[in-house]
Design a protein around this ligand. Sequence first.
Ligand SMILES: [Zn+2]
Length: 128
Amino acid sequence: MEADDFSIKRFLKYISEGKLKGLKCAGCGNIIAPPRLKCSVCGSSEFKWVDLSGKAHLLTYTIIHVPPKRFTGETPYVVGIVQLEEGPRLEARITGFDVNQHVQILKTGMDLIFEPSPAGILSFKPLI
Ligand SMILES: [Zn+2]
């Protein structure tokens, strides 16, 4: 893939390689994740990939019991909205604990850290 490939596919490929990256807007410095065609702040479409810290906090979450077909067999699992330290909000899997036994550890606002996923599924785990 090209270095100037700013696609979701490239974003997910980085995740499958254990790297959390976002786009930095050349126009205003805004950090964008997942990739978009244009910066939501200034409208520029000139970007570069930057490493993100992997630090985030949990805004909200839900437990999935009836999944999309491709995730059949993985239930129950938790999907949350996380806010990265750098600002962007993303939907992600919340992993690193037994959902059946310990889902009560989840608290909105809690600190999370990026969890590498060879399957390329954006995932974070509680920092506890
Ligand atoms: Zn911008």
